[in-house]
Design a protein around this ligand. Structure first.
Ligand code: FAD
Length: 410
């Protein structure tokens, strides 16, 4: 069995992992990146639309262009990329990693590790929709991969369940490729994806958005034939008398992403609300020397946020290797009113504090309040699909003691 050694090991070669590998390498340490697919890029490879990189590269790029830029920079900085390598287990204490590849199992000893394994889609089984189990039901990412990378259409007439960004983008994509998209069904009273995607992907193509509706039954012998849609009340209970059948051969599920944290290693703390690794603003997990960044921490809206977090993770991982003095204080961050997803879970005063908040509900006006830091940030119109994001200078964190509460008031 082959055995390798490296300074910083990055696991997962999406935007977060590539940014981490690049920043660690620029800091002068040896970096190895493991990616289970044939090439790096992660979800970017199948997102052929524009809208990536406005902040990170100050340029509007497609997903593959963004990935290409990062990969080219990694080449320039001699990051060692090993593709088709699936990390099966990490001994978090010793940083000894077991990897499966087509050539067999191999192991790597690292000094610091960055986890950047992204997120996976909520599958059909988890939605517990009654009815048959025919062919023709796809998670949106798979349908996107089929259309954009494998040149295959999933069907002829589709309904989309869930108005997350992938669902909205697929509504437009399938329409452009000649499929008939009868609508997007969303159980919440507002869209789950970015406002710009509702406008550019649905309204511009006259695709109806059915808010406060859900799919309550699927029917089909071998292939999907029809889907029953019902209006729901505020508890998501179907309202009788509102049901309507849609004759479709394809149901696309865009019912949320879940950070990919399973089976990687023992003793890594998970944030119960984000469902991802609980990290501080240095991107370090509860295990010293193990960092995490990107969609396996929380599902971020923009690749710019993911890449920025990856960059910080790589920088801090390289500091471990270079034995630079680091502070280990971790001050818990507590969610107050109206705060859902919140990154980071802990504050370490050595690093600037980048805060990402997902509201629990839409608000016409609101103010983010962090009393302990004397921060009051008013905003006009906030929705759960668009994270509120701002930076607090580390100078403000030096005297910080005890848990810090972040709340949003209307
Ligand atoms: C349809 C869609 C549209 C989007 N549109 C936009 C947009 O317009 N603008 C924008 O800014 N952002 C957009 N985003 C968001 C952005 O693309 C993502 O937030 C970002 O690319 C996620 O990067 P990541 O590195 O966290 O995860 P990923 O890209 O998922 O990368 C994770 C990588 O880890 C690998 N991996 C996982 N487990 C293992 C393992 N055990 N061993 C080895 N490798 C492993 C995976 O193969 C993958 O390559 C969109 C996302 C989607 C899905």
């Amino acid at each position: 069995m082959e055995h390798l050694e490296t300074d910083v090991l990055v696991i997962g070669g999406g935007a977060a992992g590539m940014a981490a590998a690049l920043s660690a390498s620029r800091a002068g340490v040896r970096v190895t990146l493991l990616e289970r697919e044939k090439k790096t890029g992660g979800v970017l490879n199948q997102c052929i639309h524009h809208g990536f990189g406005l902040q990170f590269y100050q340029q509007e790029l497609t997903g593959p262009e963004f990935a290409f830029r990062l990969q080219s920079e990694m080449n320039e900085h001699s990051v060692k990329v090993i593709s088709e390598s699936y990390v099966r287990h990490i001994n978090t204490k010793s940083k000894y990693v077991e990897v499966i590849s087509p050539e067999g199992v191999f192991t790597i000893q690292a000094k610091a590790i960055v986890l950047s394994t992204g997120a996976r889609e909520r599958p059909f089984g988890a939605l517990q929709i009654p009815g048959d189990r025919p062919a023709g039901i796809y998670v949106a990412g798979l349908a996107q991969r089929m259309v954009n990378l494998e040149n295959t259409l999933p069907g002829r007439r589709a309904l989309i369940l869930g108005s997350g960004d992938i669902g909205l983008i697929m509504a437009r994509r399938l329409t452009l490729e000649g499929m008939e998209v009868l609508g997007v069904v969303e159980r919440l009273p507002y869209a789950g994806g970015l406002t710009r995607n509702v406008v550019q992907c649905l309204e511009d193509y006259d695709i109806p958005l059915y808010l406060s509706h859900t799919v309550v039954e699927v029917r089909g012998n071998k292939r999907l034939e029809k889907v029953l849609v019902s209006e729901v009340d505020e508890n998501f209970t179907p309202i009788s008398g509102t049901q309507k059948w849609f004759n479709v051969d394809t149901l696309i599920l865009s019912a949320g992403l879940i950070p990919q944290v399973e089976d990687l290693g023992e003793n890594l703390e998970i944030d119960a609300i984000n469902r991802g690794f609980a990290v501080s603003n240095t991107c370090e997990t509860n295990v010293p020397g193990i960092f995490a960044a990107g969609n396996n921490v929380a599902v971020f809206d923009l690749v710019d946020y993911v890449a920025a977090e990856g960059w910080i993770a790589g920088q801090n991982a390289s500091k471990i290797v270079k034995d630079q003095k680091r502070e280990s204080k971790r001050i818990p961050v507590i969610r107050g009113k109206n705060v859902g997803v919140l990154v980071p879970t802990y504050i370490t005063p050595e690093e600037h504090l980048r805060i990402y908040i997902r509201l629990k509900k839409p608000m016409d006006k609101g103010t983010v309040i962090i009393k302990k830091l004397g921060i009051e940030k008013p905003f006009n119109y906030g929705v759960p699909s668009e994270m509120i994001n701002f930076v607090v200078n580390r100078d403000k964190l030096q005297e910080l003691k005890g848990p810090v509460k972040i709340e949003v008031i209307e």
